[in-house]
Ligand binder design. Structure first.
Ligand code: GAL
Length: 653
C-alpha cells in the first residue's frame, strides 16, 4: 500500500516546492494529489490560460520521483465564470440560488456548466495526459459535499421533466406510478411537473423518490462526461474522492465508471457530528468510532469492481484536528498510524493524507496537516514517516474472502428520509449497528448493493430493504446463502406503493408501529430476555397459513404479547423489531451458529481484520488490552498480543 498526500502548490511560494517534494519523499510518500481547486489560477480570465505554474509544480514533484494524481478543477468554478453565466449556480430547497464565495456552487443540471466543466477538463487532460508522472486522475472533488446533489433550480426542473418523460413515456404511466389521483395531482403534460420543494405539506413520496433518483443520475452523468474525456487521452487510473456518511447519490453507480473508488476519512469529525450517544462520543473522542472507517472501507471496496476485487483507497486521511465538526479534538498519539494500517488491512491501494501543510489563511486555517502552517513537523508526519518501511516489508495485501455480506442500499436511505414514519428510525445507524455487532464477533464483513453477486457468501445480512429486487431470494438460494432481513424489508414497491403480495413468502406483515424512544419491546428467545425499540412489524402468526408452511418458518423469539420478534427458515430469517445490541448479538449468533460460522466476542475497543496473508488487531481505546489466545496464533511481525492505546499488532496467518 502506498502513502500519499494532498498538496496545494498554488498556496505556497514556488521556491518552497522543491524542498516540500524532497520532504514528502523522505517520509515515504509516493503519490501527490494536486489542482482540484485551482481553476482560477489555471484560467484566471475566460479563455486565458496560465499553465506555467502548474507545469512547474508537476515538474518539481516528478523530479523528486513522486507520482501525481491530477484533478479536474470543477468543484470551484471561478468568479468570472459565475458572473458570465449565473445560471450555473444551484438553487437551494427554499428556492434561492446559492452564491459564490465558498465552493461547489454549481448545479449538475446546468447545461452551461456541463459544457464548461467539459471544456476545462479537456484543457487539463490535453496538457498532462502524456506526462508520465501523472499516473492517475481525480474527477472534481467530493460530489455532493455541502448538500449539493439536489438542486431546485429552473435547470434542474427542466432536466427532471426530460428524465421523467424518458422513464414513463406517458403521463398516464407517471400518474399510475405516483398515485397522483390522491389529492387531485394528476398531470397531463410532463412540463406540468415541478420539483418537489415548497409544497404546502408533504409532497407525493414517489415524486420525491424520483427526484432523488434523478439527482443521483445527474451526478453520475456529470462524472461520466469527465471520465470519457480523460479516457480519450489516457490509460491512467481514474478516481473520485467520495465522502463518509453520505448517501445522496448512488456510489455503486459512480464506482462503475471509475477505476478506483477513494474516500475521505475523518473519523473524529464524523464521530462528533454523528448520531452516537454522548458517552460514545466521549469514549472515542480521540480515536473515532472503531467501526466508522472500516464500514466505509468495506462499502467503497465494493464500488469499483465488486467486493471481492474492488479497487479502493483513502484519498484524504484526517491528520489532526479538523475545522468543520462541532468540536475538533486532537487524535490520540498513534491514531493516524492506526487508521492508515486499518485501511491496509482491508485491502486499500493507498492512503493519502489531507493535507501536506496547514493553510495559514482562508476557510480551513484551523485544519491540521502533516506540517503546521509554519512548516513545522506535526504529529501526523511523525506517524506517517514510521509507516513507509513497514508497509514496504509487509508487501501487497489482498482483502480477505469474507463469508458474510451486509447489504447497504442508497434508495433505501432516500425512502426512509422521505417517509420516516418514526422520529427515531435511522437507517444508517441500523446498518452501522449490524456491522458493529458482526465486527465485534471478530468477523470480516463485505458491504454490497442489493444487485451484487451473492456467490461465496454464507450469510447475507439485510438491516432493512423496503424494495426487495424480484430475483434476490432466487440469487441467494442459488448461492446457498441465508438472508437475514431486518424490519421494514419488503414494505414497498419500486413505485413507492405498499405491495399487494408478500415479497418474502410467509412474512405477512399485518401492521407496523413506531414508538417513543423510551418505549421498550420485551422479547424472549430461548428463555433469555432481550429488548427491541423504535419499530415493530407484526407478523401474521397463524402457522397453518399456506405461505408459512411453504416457507417452513419457525418463531425463534417473541414479544411479551406473543407476537413474533424473530422468525427463521432454512433460506431466510426476519427480525421484526429494531434490536438493542444484546438482542442483535443473540439473533446474529443464532444465524451464524446455524451456518457454522465461528465467532469470538471482542473487547469493546478492539477490532480485528484479516487480509489473505495477515491478521491485524487495533485498539481504539484509551487503555491497554490483551487479545485472547485464539487470536493471533501466527508469528507477530509488528506489536504483540497486548495492545497499548492506539496500538496495532500484525501477525502472519
Ligand atoms: C474534505 C474536502 C477537502 C477539505 C477537507 C477538510 O471534505 O475534500 O477539500 O475541505 O474535507 O477536512
Amino acid at each position: 500500500m502506498k502513502l500519499g498526500v494532498c498538496y496545494y502548490p498554488e498556496h505556497w511560494p514556488q521556491d518552497q516546492w522543491a524542498q516540500d517534494a524532497l520532504d514528502m519523499v523522505d517520509i515515504g510518500i509516493s503519490k501527490v494529489r494536486i489542482a482540484e481547486f485551482a481553476w482560477s489560477r489555471i484560467e484566471p480570465r475566460s479563455g486565458e490560460f496560465d499553465w506555467a505554474w502548474l507545469d512547474k509544480a508537476v515538474e518539481t514533484l516528478a523530479n523528486a520521483g513522486l507520482e501525481i494524481t491530477m484533478c479536474t478543477p470543477t468543484a470551484t468554478p471561478p468568479k468570472w465564470l459565475i458572473d458570465q453565466y449565473p445560471d450555473i449556480r444551484a438553487w437551494d430547497e427554499s428556492g434561492h440560488p446559492r452564491t459564490f464565495g465558498s465552493r461547489r456552487h454549481y448545479c449538475f443540471s446546468s447545461k452551461t456548466y456541463r459544457k464548461e466543466s467539459q471544456r476545462i477538463s479537456q484543457a487539463i487532460v490535453e496538457r498532462y495526459s502524456a506526462n508520465p508522472a501523472v499516473t492517475s486522475w481525480q474527477t472534481d472533488n467530493e460530489y455532493g459535499c455541502h448538500n449539493t446533489v439536489r438542486s431546485y433550480s429552473p435547470n434542474a426542473r427542466q432536466a427532471f421533466r426530460i428524465w421523467l418523460a424518458h422513464k414513463y413515456k406517458t403521463t398516464d404511466a407517471l400518474n399510475t406510478a405516483w398515485g397522483t389521483v390522491f389529492w387531485s395531482q394528476e398531470y397531463t403534460e410532463f412540463d406540468q411537473v415541478d420539483l418537489p420543494n415548497l409544497t404546502v405539506t408533504e409532497p407525493n413520496p414517489a415524486h420525491v423518490l424520483d427526484f432523488y433518483r434523478f439527482s443521483s443520475d445527474q451526478v453520475i452523468a456529470f462524472n461520466r462526461e469527465q471520465v470519457d474525456i480523460i479516457r480519450n487521452y489516457s490509460k491512467a487510473d481514474i478516481t473520485h474522492n467520495v465522502m463518509g456518511h453520505f448517501t445522496r447519490f448512488n456510489h455503486y453507480d459512480l464506482g462503475k465508471d471509475i477505476d478506483i473508488t477513494t474516500w475521505d476519512s475523518y473519523p473524529l469529525g464524523f464521530l462528533d457530528q454523528g448520531w452516537w450517544t454522548e458517552a460514545q462520543k466521549q469514549r472515542w473522542m480521540r480515536a473515532g468510532h472503531p467501526d466508522f472507517a472500516a464500514f466505509h472501507h468495506a462499502l467503497y471496496r465494493a464500488c469499483s469492481g465488486g467486493p471481492r476485487k474492488g479497487r479502493w483507497g483513502v484519498m484524504e486521511q484526517q491528520p489532526g484536528p479538523v475545522n468543520w465538526a462541532p468540536n475538533n479534538p486532537v487524535p490520540r498519539d498513534g491514531m493516524v498510524a492506526l487508521w492508515t494500517l486499518e485501511a491496509c488491512a482491508m485491502g486499500a491501494e493507498y492512503v493519502s493524507y489531507f493535507r501536506w501543510r496547514q493553510a495559514p489563511f482562508a476557510q480551513e486555517q484551523n485544519h491540521a496537516g502533516l506540517r503546521d502552517h509554519r512548516n513545522i513537523t506535526a504529529r501526523a508526519e511523525i506517524e506517517a514517516k514510521g509507516l513507509g518501511n513497514f508497509l514496504g516489508a509487509l508487501g501487497k495485501q489482498d482483502a480477505a474472502y469474507n463469508k458474510i455480506a451486509l447489504i447497504f442500499d442508497y434508495e433505501t436511505a432516500w425512502m426512509f428520509n422521505i417517509q420516516p414514519q418514526s422520529a427515531h428510525w435511522n437507517y444508517e445507524a441500523l446498518c452501522f449497528d449490524f456491522y458493529t455487532a458482526l465486527r465485534r464477533m471478530g468477523l470480516g464483513v463485505d458491504i454490497i448493493s442489493p444487485q451484487h453477486d451473492l456467490t461465496g457468501y454464507t450469510v447475507v445480512i439485510i438491516p432493512s430493504l423496503p424494495i426487495i429486487p424480484n430475483d434476490l431470494l432466487e440469487r441467494a438460494k442459488a448461492a446457498n446463502a441465508h438472508i437475514m432481513f431486518g424490519p421494514r424489508s419488503g414494505s414497498k414497491t419500486s413505485d413507492y406503493h405498499v405491495p399487494q403480495t408478500d415479497p418474502i413468502p410467509g412474512i405477512n406483515i399485518i401492521r407496523s408501529e413506531s414508538v417513543r424512544a423510551s418505549h421498550v419491546f420485551d422479547i424472549e428467545m430461548d428463555e433469555q430476555y432481550y429488548r427491541g425499540h423504535i419499530w415493530r412489524d407484526y407478523i401474521q402468526t397463524d402457522l397453518t397459513d399456506a405461505d408459512l408452511t411453504v416457507a417452513n418458518l419457525k418463531v425463534e423469539a417473541e414479544c411479551d404479547d406473543g407476537t413474533p420478534a424473530f422468525v427463521t427458515s432454512k433460506d431466510y430469517s426476519y427480525l421484526a423489531v429494531v434490536p438493542d445490541m444484546k438482542f442483535l448479538r443473540a439473533v446474529l449468533s443464532y444465524v451464524l451458529d446455524t451456518h457454522d460460522i465461528e465467532t469470538t466476542w471482542l473487547a469493546k475497543d478492539v477490532r480485528v481484520e484479516r487480509t489473505q496473508t495477515h491478521g491485524f488487531a487495533f485498539n481504539y481505546g484509551s487503555k491497554p488490552v490483551t487479545l485472547r489466545n485464539n487470536f493471533a496464533t501466527g508469528k507477530f511481525i509488528q506489536g504483540r498480543r497486548t495492545l497499548p492505546p492506539a496500538g496495532v499488532c500484525v501477525w502472519e496467518l
